[in-house]
Ligand binder design. Structure first.
Ligand code: UDP
Length: 484
């Protein structure tokens, strides 16, 4: 009997670790669990070290092909030096469209399905042109998606700046969004990043379905609200598939000998890991307060330390993993800090093997900027968090983690608005590592960990959701063929 033809999925990732990782992991899952053939298209790597390592690792698994598109021509795009991160990403993706289209058309065998991340919605029309089903992969959570797809409505209904409101923004069936928690593009409605955001949200309408990097039990209510006809039915033709948590696997040699030896010596769940994702940086003043707070807490720690920011909070996003910060970053710490904390702390300049660190049994807390990948990595390792949001959708994530899912504590004020002083840092660290509240948060995150494991296991909700997506995709493919 003839073997059924493999479905070939073309995945497109926008730049940055935060997008690249979940796109590659989705690709791997489609191949390994659901028999797809997958080609992942990426824009030229922005950072030499970490991104390249991820691609290399993905390639060694031999599961998928990764193709780098030629660099987009940005000189005529009007992109200013000071453009916001979301604007830069949107413009880069737009300018990459001709190259992506040509690459797809030139393929020996045309892909059967197109999957783009949220910054790639302008590429959905290529799916129409080629006559193949097309999906949007939202690499973040369901509340974030709800706010995004409701933003064209908010844009019509709300007058003035969102951040000037005193009342939260109501999204049907979902937890209301506090004005201070809105995503970066909504901070200033006159900025280009806002227009790009609302445009992207509107374009989701073209998709045959949306994939989300969460699982059913994590955000059951929000997912139910999203799926209601009066909400999603207006916005998108197809279903929402929960396919997460899709996270980077632990590499056996990833920790390196020195770090492994150090971690092995520490008691179980005694180390607080401090890291702000691939692009997060603190002000010089905040960096000093954090250092003092860690020291005063007397808890063990590993801190991925980056030079303080001079300009914007996302200033180093495109430098992630370049590792240029050698030991000179230590000079930004309070005098004598490293010597005084030598017996219980480690400082890693610029970059650390995060997934490997979080999966080590000695790690018991994560002070995190709440990027969605970091969040998933923490939850799937059963590690409670101190939510320290900086930019993008991190404020929303922090509120979700602390107030809805219950796996994080957080500073009284937003760290992007006010300096978190050393005494508060000390208290937060102690709360998570040794306090009563910490025990409850730890117990809750262990439950979440178990529910995540069940979701991705064979027959679990995320496994089944991806299987259903494959079926729907085949049906949709036949419908399109018939109608042409
Ligand atoms: N990461 C890492 N080492 C670091 C900093 C970040 O391995 O020192 C990885 C982290 O494990 C996560 C990704 O980079 O997988 C960051 O993604 P996230 O969504 O958390 O934040 P973003 O960088 O997009 O703000």
């Amino acid at each position: 009997m003839e073997k059924p033809k493999k479905l070939h999925a073309a995945l497109l990732s926008s730049p940055g670790m935060g997008h690249l990782i979940p796109v590659i992991e989705l690709g791997k899952r489609l191949v390994a669990d659901h028999g797809f053939q997958v080609t992942v298209f990426i824009l030229p790597l922005q950072a030499s070290g970490a991104e390249a390592e991820i691609i290399e690792f993905a390639m060694t698994t031999k599961l998928l092909d990764v193709l780098e598109l030629p660099p987009p021509e940005l000189s005529a795009s009007g992109l200013g030096e000071d453009a916001a991160l979301a604007t830069r990403l949107a413009v880069m993706m737009r300018e990459a469209r001709p190259a992506f289209r040509s690459a797809l058309v030139a393929m020996d065998v045309r892909p059967d399905v197109l999957i783009v991340d949220l910054f790639g919605t302008e590429h959905l029309c290529i799916g129409d042109e080629l006559g193949i089903p097309k999906y949007v992969y939202n690499t973040s959570n369901a509340w974030f998606l709800a706010l995004a797809i409701y933003s064209p409505t908010l844009d019509k209904e709300v007058k003035g700046e969102y951040v000037d409101r005193t009342e939260p923004l109501e999204i049907p069936g979902c937890k209301p969004v506090r004005p201070e928690d809105v995503v970066d593009p909504m901070l200033d409605r006159s900025n280009q990043q806002y227009r790009e955001y609302v445009r992207q949200a509107g374009e989701i309408r073209m998709a045959d379905g949306i994939l989300l990097n969460v699982w059913e039990d994590l955000q059951a209510e929000t997912l139910a609200a999203l799926r209601k006809e009066e909400f999603l039915g207006r916005v998108v033709n197809g279903p929402v598939y929960t396919v997460g948590p899709l996270i980077r696997p632990v590499r056996r040699a990833g920790l390196g000998k020195e770090l492994l030896v150090w971690l092995d010596k520490q008691p179980s769940e005694s180390v607080m890991f401090v890291s702000f994702g691939s692009g997060g940086t603190l002000s010089a003043e905040q960096l000093v307060e954090l250092a003092w707070g860690l020291e005063l807490s007397q808890q063990r720690f590993i801190w991925v330390l980056r030079r303080p920011t001079v300009k914007s909070l996302d200033g180093s996003f495109f430098d992630a993993g370049k590792g240029g910060d050698g030991d000179e970053v230590l000079s930004f710490l309070p005098v004598g800090f490293t010597a005084r904390t030598r017996d219980r702390g480690l400082v890693l300049p610029s970059w650390g093997p995060q997934v490997e660190i979080l999966s080590h049994p000695s790690v018991g807390g994560f002070l995190s900027h709440c990027g969605w990948n970091s969040t998933l990595e923490s939850m799937t390792n059963g590690v409670p968090m101190i939510a320290w949001p900086l930019y993008a959708e991190q404020r929303l994530n922090a509120t979700l983690l602390a107030e809805e899912i219950g796996v994080a504590v957080r500073p009284k004020a937003l760290p992007s608005k006010e300096i978190v002083v050393r005494e508060e840092v000390e208290e937060l660290v102690r709360t998570v590592m040794v306090g009563e509240e910490g025990h409850a948060t730890r117990a809750r995150v262990k439950e979440v960990k178990r529910s995540a494991e069940m979701a991705v296991a064979r027959g679990g909700s995320s496994y089944e959701s991806l299987r259903k997506m494959k079926e729907d995709c085949q049906t949709r493919g036949h419908q399109i063929k018939k109608s042409r």
